[in-house]
Design a protein around this ligand. Structure first.
Ligand SMILES: C[S@@+](CC[C@H](N)C(=O)[O-])C[C@H]1O[C@@H](n2cnc3c(N)ncnc32)[C@H](O)[C@@H]1O
Length: 460
């Protein structure tokens, strides 16, 4: 981890800055990752590096503790850090609460997904960011890169901070994501139509980089030498190396890619960075993952990944997106625990379920959920939280969970498009007779997780 930061002629400072301590001081935090669910993969090609590699993981909790917990196993092993930071916007980001079959715009209220509020000025924001960037730098392999997504509010200071952590010579590109929509100005100023992605390489002489190609439109076909000119419906074009301006529209309205998570970015944007700076089997980390766009891009291209977010709604959204992929490797969901406690886990739903024996198989019926402490549910929600299937967002059955960790062998989710949820599973036929312990787990609309265990005796 130790790396000599070259002498600086420019230095970023802020009120309360402690100065770069190196990652070791941060590792004194004692955090552990408690696995709460295992999600099997779909059938598909296994990665060559799968055997020794730790499983892909979704972590719920503060990313400082999560990074400290990952450090001992992942130091120097990550090829890509791809993070879309909170932008220091001073805003609270909300999602519509959709109950049961409700797919309409109004929903039953709103839930806070996360708050991007760090006190006056930028010092609280920078104090939050600095130790996280230092740990991320330590996780990167010698061929690793970091792409840090910000907007005009924080891009100047984040770039200086990255130069301090990585060294100025590690800066590669300031990438402009031009998204066309949004950003209507007040009286003064031009419309804001772009974000910035800062690209740093841990060691620019060794960083993985696979140049991507894009179409460059030509106004005519004449006068070019040694250039292959193609033509499509829009006219002639050539293939050129991708520029540092990415023109991908922002997600809008009812685009199928959209999930109910604010600040979700288009997959095509992050796919470009995954393809440019990793190879199959590379490990990608996004510890501000939101709905998991970077992880979905990584998964689609056979990269391994670890994602983390402090918002239970983010982890629920990312899990659902990963579950929807037609081909996916197994992954785990874990909770980041510090000193045996965790701050943001929502009230767990109590789960009622029963096993139904049918022919030679076993089905599970989810009878309902309830809450031990309904008063602990979000205050802005207007409802009587008495056992209701409408609060179930997804549920799963693990047919055999010998170590007690729930497995999602069969899983059903509501999505924006499909709100209907089955409450009886398909039958499962056990290959082995005898006693089995199955686990029925539920994620509710608040991102709360609850489970119950059922023992079933299968005859000989
Ligand atoms: C801009 S959003 C990421 C959106 C994401 N790129 C997507 O496409 O959905 C930033 C995320 O960082 C998370 N976050 C902020 N502070 C965090 C912290 N200390 N630990 C973990 N996650 C954090 C927020 O909950 C939020 O989901």
């Amino acid at each position: 981890m130790a790396r000599r930061i070259p002498p600086r002629d420019v230095e970023l400072t802020w009120v309360g800055k402690r100065g770069g301590p190196g990652a070791t001081a941060l590792l004194e935090q004692t955090a552990c990752l408690r696995t709460v669910e295992r999600v099997p993969g779909t059938a598909g090609p296994a990665l060559s590096c799968d055997v020794a590699a730790p499983p892909n993981r979704l972590l719920l909790g503060d990313n400082l503790a999560a990074l400290a917990a990952l450090y001992s196993t992942l130091e120097g092993r990550v090829d890509l850090v791809l993070v879309d930071l909170p932008f220091a916007s001073g805003s609270e980001y909300r999602v519509p609460l959709r109950l049961g079959r409700d797919s309409g715009g109004r929903g039953a209220g709103v839930l806070v997904a996360y708050r991007d509020v760090w006190g006056p000025g930028l010092s609280g924001y920078l104090a939050m960011l600095e130790p996280r960037l230092r740990l991320l730098h330590g996780l990167l392999s010698e061929r690793g890169s970091a792409y840090v997504h910000v907007d005009q509010r924080a891009s100047a200071v984040v770039r200086l901070l990255l130069e301090e952590v990585f060294g100025r010579e590690s800066f590669v590109n300031e990438i402009v994501w031009a998204y066309r929509t949004g950003g209507t100005p007040g009286r003064l100023g031009f419309s804001r139509k772009h974000d910035t992605v800062l690209f740093f390489a841990k060691d620019p002489t060794r960083a993985l980089f696979f140049p991507q190609q894009e179409r460059s439109r030509l106004s005519h076909r004449y006068g070019f030498k040694n250039v292959v000119i193609h033509t499509d419906d829009l006219g002639p074009y050539t293939w050129v190396r991708c520029r540092d301006v990415v023109e991908v529209p922002a997600l809008r309205g009812n685009q199928p890619e959209r999930v109910d998570y604010p600040t979700q970015k288009p997959e095509a944007l992050y796919e470009r960075f995954v393809l440019a700076s990793t190879e199959p089997g590379s490990l990608v980390v996004d510890c501000f993952m939101g709905s998991g766009t970077a992880l979905v891009a990584a998964e689609r291209h056979g990269r391994r990944w670890v994602g983390c977010d402090a918002s239970p709604l983010a982890v629920a959204a990312a899990r659902k997106r990963l579950l929807a992929l037609p081909v996916r490797r197994p992954f785990e969901v874990a909770i980041v625990e510090q000193d045996g406690t965790f701050g943001v886990v929502p009230e767990p739903p109590r789960v009622r379920a029963r096993a139904i024996f049918e022919g030679g198989g076993v089905r599970v019926e989810l009878e309902g959920i309830g809450y031990e402490r309904p008063e602990a549910l979000p205050a802005e929600v207007r409802f009587t939280p008495e056992v209701s299937a409408d609060f179930v967002d997804s549920w799963a059955v693990g047919w055999d969970c010998p170590d007690g960790v729930a497995s999602a062998d069969w899983v059903a989710c509501r999505t924006r498009a499909v709100r209907e949820l089955p409450f009886v599973s398909p039958p499962h036929v056990y290959a082995r007779s005898g006693l089995h312990e199955l686990v029925v787990s539920v994620l509710d609309v608040f991102g709360g997780r609850g489970e119950t265990r059922l023992s079933v005796e299968v005859g000989r």
